[in-house]
Design a protein around this ligand. Structure first.
Ligand SMILES: [Zn+2]
Length: 259
């Protein structure tokens, strides 16, 4: 594997290791923390380099948050405070560099919402991006050796778990439907900005008019279009029987469907 693939490249066009913006953030953060703060992977909220202790730390974290224990209770209280403190500093340094007050984290797992929502300095909002279950199952089948029934069950469990965590902890959240975002991007973005308390009047779909330093989805970041293409390849990838099977298993999940 070459070491300068798309994943290593910032949206400014440089590799992350050569990007002045990210290097400056790194230097500023290193000036505020000690080497002990970086023994575990901070942005992954790793409690220990020992995977059993790490697992135990994560389980304890979930348990305490979902059972309403005071924010700050933990099996490893000092480690938890360190994870919160260093993540807060990282966000602070990024915001200082960008002269901004709003930070978006594009994590895919609900765990990250759970961790970040506990940092009291943040006015934390969750944008829950959902998609038609048929598209989700089709996508899961591409990357896993599951059959349709298993992929559908897993999707249902994930939706239930996300809702349980968001509502159990009382996070502020907005459900954004992928298909709606593709079809009516401006309207959906205005709703989203109102939800997080930002000025929707200043919003433009032309988000590439200034140099950015963004990670993730490279073709989207570096492209020139202002449209978001809705991927509907599931219509060809799934057979009629498979589509029927997913629909039968998800009759109680109509709010996620787009027809
Ligand atoms: Zn950059």
């Amino acid at each position: 594997m070459p070491d300068d693939g798309p994943a290593q490249e910032c949206s400014c066009g440089r590799r992350f290791v050569d990007c002045e913006h990210w290097n400056e953030i790194k230097e500023r953060l290193l000036g505020r923390i000690s080497p002990a703060d970086l023994k575990t992977n901070i942005t992954e909220f790793e409690f220990s380099t020992n995977r059993y202790l790490n697992r135990l730390g994560k389980e304890a974290y979930h348990w305490s948050r979902l059972n309403g224990l005071p924010n700050g209770w933990h099996l490893f209280p000092n480690k938890m405070k360190q994870l919160h403190r260093v993540n807060q500093m990282l966000v602070e340094e990024i915001l200082t560099m960008e002269n901004n007050r709003t930070f978006a984290d594009s994590s895919k797992t609900i765990d990250h919402a759970l961790y970040l929502s506990a940092i009291e300095a943040f006015d934390f909002h969750v944008i829950w991006l959902v998609r038609d279950p048929r598209a989700q199952v089709s996508s899961a089948l591409k990357y896993n050796a599951w059959n349709v029934a298993e992929a559908t069950e897993r999707w249902k469990r994930e939706m239930e778990n996300n809702r349980r965590v968001l509502e159990g902890v009382g996070m502020k959240y907005h459900t954004l439907r992928y298909e709606a975002l593709c079809r009516e991007p401006k309207e959906e973005m205005v709703q989203l900005l109102n939800f997080v308390g930002l000025d929707a009047a200043k919003f433009s779909l032309d988000f590439r008019n200034t140099t950015r330093h963004i990670m993730g989805n490279r073709s989207m970041r570096r492209g020139t279009d202002t449209k978001i293409a809705e991927r509907r390849d599931w219509l060809n990838r799934l057979s009629q029987e498979q589509i029927k099977q997913i629909e039968t298993m998800t009759t109680d999940y109509q709010q996620y469907y787009t027809h």
